[in-house]
Design a protein around this ligand. Structure first.
Ligand code: WT7
Length: 576
């Protein structure tokens, strides 16, 4: 392996990183040492209290916690005290609705300020918050709300019709709160802003997120209040957040990054954060970096690649000299993107690796550590990561295997909602097996190789092929579908579907325009029923799909054929 190393400039003594010496911390730090970084109240630990309320007792009370701006340019500002009081109000409103500890309260909201303080209000009364990406459509919503048994749902008048369509399937859902409805606005005005914060146990459930695997419905990954410990420390050590920073995490709280590093871990460090509630646009993004004097920026490789594609002229218009630390997550960070960052911002992007299930950053590049370009870095101090074989035995240096972590770490998921066997299946021989393949080099740096399963990563978002296949076969023209991730320069992967058509449709789809029209119809169908981001950008019609003798579609073969790779072992393949 030829290594390209970015050597960190010598630290200025007056401005050392929060984690000055990675190796020393990695050797000596244990999670017990984390105790002083979070506030325990009478032996209880509440993640929302740690994110916001504890700051209200300090000079940070009147510090801006949230700078908010939407696509139209509307701006809002909230101090830590504002967020504390608003989340107290939401907590009281929920209590009036009869929400109790352990009840699930879901948020189906775009990135509006209400999302942030409602999330915190839910945790403060000991209920469990679930976030739903606003691009979700009926099927994705029904799967998640049904399985979680959510009692209350927050949404907007614009998104509500999607919920109304599936309401029959949700007997546990007692209340829908429409945040732009005058009655809710009034109830916030009237509600008391004093709330007794629940003395939650560190292992009480705090939030849950649905994520996709290879087969079956999305699974509800459940996290406890304890997660805030690791979220806090990684925000401190990896994102290097400080009081003087203005920080921008571009993720949506519908995904775990938006919860861990836009609400809990970042605010628990008392940092002022920007939330931009609009779509991606290079010029606008640079404008925001400039206008808010962003110093720490946490984003994703697809966004970086899109900025690279937008070219230098757009960058040059803006003053980006406030930037001091850049991080990335969600998919492999191309070496080219790091070189580009160095050229344009004079700073390297620091890759970080983790998952919905791990609850916080687990492997990372640190401000004080040289970067081996293309590597994900080293395990977070306190955590043991390794490369193991399928039986859970460590493999030799530079050998490909499963990226694994030694349980338990503070932000480790607690269960898969209602699927204890699924939860157990993550663990082998005392290791948590991530589903990612990688290797560790002689210096202890981890390198990502690929997924061990068929899970698709498109623009950093995790999509289960089974969900897309199910959405496709719900269309009357489709008999069968096999879905894969196809490598894509910009999005990492795009979703490609191989579809077998029903006979009558097949006969009516003889010409190229007819074919194209049907492909478009199927794409739109998935977009409208499953989710706006999880539709196939490419569709290919097939006479039949490769299957095992037991009838399982072999996506591996579809992928190999697509990429022109050897098909591999076909001994279980049905005559094809
Ligand atoms: C999967 C987890 C946790 C943040 C958002 C994603 C892929 C994540 C990296 C990285 C290569 C990465 C893995 C992982 N992934 N970070 N630095 N390099 N791949 O959370 O939706 O649960 O996805 O994202 O495949 O398993 P998620």
């Amino acid at each position: 392996m030829k290594e390209e190393i970015y050597k960190k400039p010598k630290q200025k003594n007056d401005f050392p990183p929060n984690l000055e010496n990675y190796e020393e911390a990695a050797d000596t730090f244990t999670w017990k040492d984390a105790r002083p970084y979070v506030d325990w109240v009478d032996g209880g630990l509440n993640a929302a209290y740690n994110a916001v309320d504890r700051h209200v007792q300090t000079w940070r009370k009147n510090k801006v916690a949230l700078f908010w701006e939407d696509e139209a340019g509307v701006e809002k500002k909230y101090t830590f005290e504002d967020i504390s009081l608003l989340s107290n109000k939401v907590g009281n409103i929920l209590k009036d609705f009869g929400v109790e500890r352990g009840d699930r309260v879901f948020l189906f909201l775009p990135r509006v300020p209400e999302l942030y303080f409602s999330f915190l209000g839910i945790l403060k009364i000991g209920a469990v918050a679930g976030t739903l990406f606003s691009a979700f459509q009926e099927q994705a919503l029904a799967d998640r709300l049904e399985n979680s048994g959510a009692k209350v749902l927050f949404t907007t008048s614009e998104l509500k019709p999607r919920v109304d369509k599936i309401r029959k399937k949700l007997p546990a859902l007692e209340h829908i709160i429409v945040i732009d409805d005058p009655s809710f606005i009034k109830s916030v005005e009237r509600a008391s802003d004093e709330l007794h914060i629940a003395k939650t146990d560190p292992d009480d459930y705090a939030f849950m997120l649905y994520t996709s695997g290879t087969t079956g419905k999305p699974k509800g990954v459940v996290h406890s209040h304890r997660a805030v410990i690791q979220e806090h420390l990684t925000a401190r050590w990896v994102l290097d957040l400080r009081d003087e920073d203005t920080y921008w995490c571009t993720a949506d709280p519908g995904w775990v990054t938006g919860i861990a590093y836009e609400i809990l871990g970042s605010w628990s460090n008392g940092v002022a954060a920007l939330v931009y509630a609009g779509r991606f646009d290079p010029d606008r993004w640079y404008k925001l970096l400039d206008k808010y004097n962003i110093s720490v920026w946490y984003t994703a490789p697809t966004a970086i690649r899109m900025l690279m594609a937008a070219g230098m002229d757009v960058v040059k218009k803006h003053n980006l000299t406030h930037l001091r630390h850049l991080c990335s997550v969600g998919e492999p960070l191309n070496p080219e993107a790091i070189r580009w960052g160095l050229k344009v911002f004079g700073l390297p992007f620091h890759d970080t690796w983790w998952q919905t299930e791990t609850g916080a950053i687990c492997i990372a590049n640190y401000p004080a550590m040289d970067i081996k370009i293309g590597s994900m870095g080293k395990p977070v101090p306190g955590l043991t990561a390794a490369i193991v074989d399928d039986k859970g035995h460590e493999v030799a240096i530079n050998t490909e295997g499963n990226i694994a972590i030694k349980p338990k770490w503070p932000s480790m998921m607690h269960t898969i909602w209602k699927r204890p066997h699924k939860y157990k299946s993550y663990f082998t021989n005392g290791w948590y097996i991530s589903g990612d393949r990688g290797l560790k080099d002689k210096d202890g740096y981890f390198w990502f190789i690929g997924r061990a399963d068929d899970v698709i990563k498109t623009s950093g978002e995790r999509v289960g092929p089974f969900e897309v296949e199910s959405a496709l076969v719900a269309h009357p023209a489709v008999v069968e579908a096999g879905v894969i991730g196809k490598p894509d320069m910009m999005r990492g992967e795009i979703i490609k579907a191989f579809v077998v058509l029903e006979k009558a449709t097949l006969e009516k789809t003889k010409t190229k325009p007819q074919e194209e029209a049907l492909k478009e119809e199927l794409s739109v169908y998935v977009k409208k029923h499953l989710a706006g981001h999880a539709y196939p950008r490419e569709i290919e019609f097939m006479d039949k799909l490769p299957k095992t003798r037991s009838g399982k579609i072999m996506r591996r073969i579809l992928k190999a054929k697509e990429l022109g790779l050897p098909i591999g072992d076909t001994s279980t393949l049905e005559d094809y």
